[in-house]
Write a protein that binds this ligand. Sequence first.
Ligand code: ARG
Length: 586
Amino acid sequence: MHVSFNLAADLDAALAAAAVAAGLPDAAAFLPEVRTADPRHGDFQANGVLGFAKARKLNPRATAEQLVAALPPALRESFDLVIAGPGFINFTLKPAALLAWVRAFDSVARLRTGAAAAHAGQTWVVDYSSPNTAKQMHVGHLRSAVIGEAICRLLEFTGARVIRDNHLGDWGTQFGKLIYGYKRWVDRDALARDAIEELERLYKLGNNATPDGSPELEEARRELVKLQNGDAENVALWRTFSEVSLAAFQQIYDRLGIRFDYHLGESFYNDKVDRVYRELEETKLAEISEGALVVFHPEHPRFKTQPFLVRKADGASNYASTDLATALYRTEHFNAHGIVVVTDFRQADHFEQLFLTVKKWFAARGYRVPELHHVTFGAVTGEDGKALKTRSGDVIRLKALLDEAVDRAYAIVSEKNAELPEAERRAIAQIVGVGAVQYADLSQNRSSNYVFSWDKMLALDGNTAPYLLYAIARIHSIFRRAGVTPGDPATESAATAPETPAEIALARKLTKFPDAIRLAVETLRPHYLGLYLFELAGDYSSFNNADKVLVDDATVRARRLLLCARTLLQLETGLQLLGLRTLTRM
Ligand code: ARG
């Protein structure tokens, strides 16, 4: 019997080897393309035979037969094999193989070992959330935080060493106006109460008091220059702005289970941009245009004429300069193999130009070029399709948003389970409410705009956090009633191969977990894992309706409890990978 974690990958490798063993012409070029199949046709399907055979004027069915005959016996024994249509090979796991798989992958550690991917052992820097200091984090930063954290966990699970870096927007001309406002109008009580709100107020006052061409604007500029030149008072103020902002952000991160390893904001790269200018000029990638330093990309349809501005005409650095320095620092200092930056799609051009520039620059200098990924996402809109704002048109306070989620979840939990003590219902509501917000974001393709709907995200059916958390709670309750713990070895050793259609369907689904992880990691799209979990919960629910678990027959009971335990393991592991907390009662 052949047991391995990622059966699709294994079949792929085995078929490629079989092509060589069978002596097919041009065998090295054969790509089997094994994919998860439509369950009606089997578990996996090799799609690559047809094209390969046709291109070489071979008979596809005969080629498929040769390949199947050359597969190792242990593998052939595990599957029912059918050559379908003009040369597809369908593989269906036999019940004994299903049992072996379900038995083998019995812990988070086993799943994790199995899932190790090509980037195992590499260092990946993930730059996410990254709000601007002295300002409220907005819904976009929430999306970035939620998606970024899921990506961190997925990369870690598949073997990477992940560095979580919060690239704060903590530098720029706005600080001159803020200091100007602060020195005149700060309200210390307000600052102690809600620092960011007070800083936003002071910035607005500073901004209104310094119209273009006014002496007040000159004064604000002088404050900025003093800050840039290291004036003790202004630097201390600026430090306070960063500290109080970060403390406020951390309250949100705590609720989302996020801990950054570094907060290397734009200011950190201040003294690192000169090297960037020098190297870009030395390698002839950058040129001076109207006083500014710019990079063109002649091979690109737009960026051959639309420059990447890396130093402003007045000599000041900008978002591009600091991001170039950031890429270099991450490569040299962290020895990053991969860099992932998570922001909304509006920054797509910036990152495309940035990455093009980095690749050319590093190559010219002989630095290793890391894998660079800009992970984008769509806008958050209200149900009216417009950008999500409060009724008065302000940005939504994330704290208020999470609080509302928890309040709404509390009402649902209380309705469902009124007999639970209040404190427990409150604790459950925290997990369900925050989880609902996270999962609403993660359950759909991040590229689409996302419509924020309380009713949808809190619904107990559909692809939602409450639905999945409830499925988990129900499985726990079965184990409580059975009086055994999930994964109990004595129970599981009595389990036999799945027999009923619902048992078989559920066991087959469980073997698809690796493929969902692989897809989510390869595309940096967590919704593939969400979709899998939703389907798994659906197969579990059909199984639960069709086959009673706690029957008297000890063998049948053990067999079904084994499936319950593995469904639970995968649902819990999967949701935790997406950044959610799970519960045992709901
Ligand atoms: N601070 C930026 C914003 O609020 C996001 C920064 C993303 N990271 C980066 N390296 N540019 O839009």
